[in-house]
Write a protein that binds this ligand. Structure first.
Ligand SMILES: Cc1cc2nc3c(=O)[nH]c(=O)nc-3n(C[C@H](O)[C@H](O)[C@H](O)COP(=O)(O)OP(=O)(O)OC[C@H]3O[C@@H](n4cnc5c(N)ncnc54)[C@H](O)[C@@H]3O)c2cc1C
Length: 500
């Protein structure tokens, strides 16, 4: 089956008004209706203008004073702002909504995520925080499946080398044994005492002497989870995933971790919600005596707010342009941090098409790495198979491909290719159920777990610039995750509050 590119683009943009390229009858009288579809994107205009030195709007004098300004309304920003509820705070977020990379949308009453998927509750501090927030995430059953040459293997990866899944690989026993041998032999490496040494090494170096398919699996897993293939991944991060991720319990809502930020924000008192300003893109953070001036664009106009302290909950590649007078070493370290661009597609079906596992690795796919049934957390056992279903498809890109994401047509062509691959090559029967495709693009959402990020760069990037404090998922930790981000943000907010 082929979905013509031209018709796909027209369909995604025009939604109900166009013909479906996926084989459905044209929308309208007599045929199935194709509901609205869309290309979603983060906004980047002000950030690009700041980067390119084009912010000519100047720095107007402060029109308002507050105790604390929080810059960025992702999970870090929400957690930091909540910690500041006892003071006069203002959160500035460039998007029209809070949530950052943990942002869910809804199709026909079904929630799906445009980013962040699952989390673990293996840290008592996280358990305490989510208890306090009143957020209880259902546990995800099982492990991940993987596709090998037309065969899907349920609960595929396991850090137990004797797990039966490896015997199901459709390859000679020598290949199956290499998967087991890789687990067995890398288990001997001391990830605690040699952590720094391993973080300086490439994960790809550990695959020498094994069948190439062992590395191939991680070349799909890594980009989706931490933005990098094995040759750009810290060996520490790769080994941790090999040995610690499959036994860990995972939790999520239907619709992914975007539901965490949605529910968290919804539960904030109405009075406090007035302190969150969306559509407000910060373009400068400058010290002014003991205070800090934060300038931002809102509705095409520049404004400045004066604060006693600031918590920067934005990625370092943005923070380095916004905060003036940072020490050179800190700016240089921020500039070395690497981020992967990312497309996330949500394929909306009028009945259940998939229920094998939560995360499903399409080894061999060219246009995406994995996909997740958005409602798996509550429907692992099947449920009513006539219900509608959204499949969230992850398509991490390389840094070299970032510029392509600025071109709408290019992005839609990619989505079209992914649609053909998923609903044509992998699962031809899905096409009849497909009603809509939603595309979400982000330029730098995923801090890459590259060698040295954790053990070298993160020693410098988040240093305090009193009374400006840094938070964000790229502050610390070996991979980008929501809960570490939130815990770190609370600590940064506490430092900011010492100035109030
Ligand atoms: C595709 C994808 C899948 C992921 N999957 C998982 C997962 O399964 N589990 C997990 O734990 N984590 C996952 N993550 C990572 C997780 O989403 C992040 O760790 C989390 O969102 C970090 O929150 P944050 O607030 O630190 O940063 P962000 O989410 O990056 O939020 C930063 C916020 O700052 C705003 N901002 C930026 N510039 C400005 C400016 N100039 N002015 C004002 N506001 C600005 C942005 O719009 C954004 O809202 C995933 C990420 C992606 C992209």
């Amino acid at each position: 089956m082929d979905i013509s590119r031209r018709s796909f683009i027209k369909w995604v943009i025009a939604g109900a008004a166009s013909a479906s390229p996926f084989g459905c009858a044209p929308a309208g009288k007599g045929g199935p209706t194709v509901p609205d579809a869309r290309l979603g994107s983060e906004t980047n205009k002000v950030c690009h203008d700041v980067r390119d030195g084009l912010m000519k709007s100047g720095f107007p004098p402060p029109s308002k004073s507050v105790d604390v300004v929080v810059v960025g309304g992702g999970p870090s920003g929400l957690a930091a702002a909540e910690r500041c509820f006892g003071s006069d705070f203002l959160l500035l977020e460039k998007e029209p909504h809070v949530g950052g990379n943990a942002w869910s949308e809804t199709w026909e009453g079904l929630d799906y995520c445009t980013g962040s998927a699952w989390m673990a509750f293996d840290n008592p501090e996280v358990v305490k925080l989510f208890d306090r927030w009143g957020l209880t995430l259902p546990e995800i059953k099982g492990n991940d499946s993987a596709h090998w040459d037309g065969k899907w293997i349920k609960d595929f990866w396991n850090s137990d080398p004797d797990f039966p899944s490896y015997a199901q690989l459709p390859y000679p026993k020598s290949v199956q044994d290499d998967f087991r041998r890789f687990v067995r032999e890398t288990r001997k490496i001391d990830r605690v005492n040699d952590a720094e040494k391993l973080d300086a090494m490439n994960f790809s170096d550990l695959f020498k002497g094994y069948d190439g398919r062992v590395q191939q699996y991680w070349d799909y897993f890594g980009p989706s989870n931490w933005g990098a293939r094995t040759q750009d991944t810290s060996a520490l991060v790769g080994l941790t995933a090999v040995h610690e991720w499959s036994p860990c319990k995972r939790n999520t809502y239907e619709g992914g971790l975007g539901m965490v930020t949605r529910k968290l924000f919804a539960g904030f008192p109405e009075e406090k919600k007035k302190h969150f300003l969306t559509g407000a893109a910060v373009f400068a953070v400058r010290k002014d005596g003991k205070r800090v001036n934060v300038s931002f664009m809102k509705d095409g106009k520049a404004e400045t707010v004066s604060a006693k302290s600031v918590v920067m909950c934005v990625p370092k590649f943005i923070a380095k342009f916004l905060v003036t007078d940072l020490p050179e070493a800190q700016t240089a370290a921020m500039a070395k941090m690497r981020y992967a661009p990312y497309l996330v597609y949500n394929f909306c079906f009028d009945k259940v098409v998939w229920n094998l596992n939560y995360d499903n690795w399409a080894i061999g796919a060219k246009h995406f790495t994995d996909f997740i049934p958005a409602d798996y957390a509550t429907h692992a056992d099947g449920g009513d198979l006539s219900r509608k279903q959204v499949i969230t498809v992850y398509a991490p890109k390389t840094e070299a491909a970032r510029a392509d994401l600025l071109d709408d047509e290019e992005v839609l062509a990619e989505a079209h290719a992914a649609g053909n691959e998923l609903c044509g090559q992998f699962f031809p029967s899905w096409v009849d159920q497909l009603k809509e495709v939603r595309v979400y693009r982000r330029g730098h959402p995923m801090p890459m777990s590259a060698p040295g990020s954790w053990s070298k760069l993160q020693k410098t990037t988040p240093l305090d610039h009193k009374p400006v404090y840094f938070s964000h998922t790229d502050n610390s930790g070996t991979v980008s995750d929501l809960y570490e981000a939130a815990l770190g943000a609370i600590k940064a907010a506490e430092k900011a509050l010492t100035h109030v």
